[in-house]
Design a protein around this ligand. Structure first.
Ligand SMILES: [Zn+2]
Length: 89
């Protein structure tokens, strides 16, 4: 699912407020981040089997270092983003 512009703006604002110095990448030291407009999910591992409805999903918004690819996953629910109304295309 893609975040709407409003959701993405709210996520970017949340990061600006919460992400305290140093904001440089823990891997390469650069400060060149991309806040994805894609919304993904983490699910519990069940030995390689797909289990539908077996456990809670954790929504994540990736923030990726443009220099080395290090990726930080932010939970948009904790960021206060209402997830209904995103774009599923
Ligand atoms: Zn990096």
């Amino acid at each position: 699912m893609k975040l709407t512009k409003l959701q993405h703006d709210k996520l970017t604002k949340h990061l600006a407020e919460k992400w305290k110095a140093p904001v440089s990448c823990a891997v390469c030291g650069k400060n060149d981040w991309n806040v994805s407009d894609g919304l993904y999910e983490l699910r519990e591992f069940h030995g390689g089997s797909m289990v539908i409805g077996g456990s809670a999903l954790i929504p994540v918004s990736p923030v990726t270092c443009n220099n080395c690819g290090n990726t930080v996953l932010i939970n948009p629910l904790i960021a206060g983003i209402e997830l209904k109304g995103g774009n599923n295309e």
